[in-house]
Design a protein around this ligand. Structure first.
Ligand SMILES: [Zn+2]
Length: 92
């Protein structure tokens, strides 16, 4: 069983080497995948915007394009999270 022992030793060393190389390269892969995902996400948001849909959060857009609530009484623009109109203080 000398040959088997030597072979298994080589396999273990190879395995540790490969695992070590992968462990060293892992952060680069993770970073790369992360960047790709961010890019993809931005592209998808653009596509959804072009198709006329609305993204749940519009981080890249300016405040003018953010969701607003128009007051039914005085047509004032209010933030979505507001319950009372900033202009006429009526519930919206
Ligand atoms: Zn109002």
């Amino acid at each position: 069983m000398e040959a088997f022992g030597a072979l298994s030793g080589i396999v273990v060393v190879l395995f540790i080497l490969i695992a070590g190389i992968l462990a060293i390269l892992m952060p680069f892969f993770v970073l790369r995948i992360r960047n790709e995902m961010i890019k993809l996400n931005e592209n998808m948001a653009k596509v959804i915007e072009l198709l006329g849909g609305s993204t749940s959060e519009n981080r890249t857009g300016n405040p003018e394009t953010r969701k607003i609530k128009i007051c039914p009484y005085c047509q004032a623009k209010n933030r979505v999270e507001d319950y009372l109109c900033i202009n006429c203080s009526k519930p919206i």
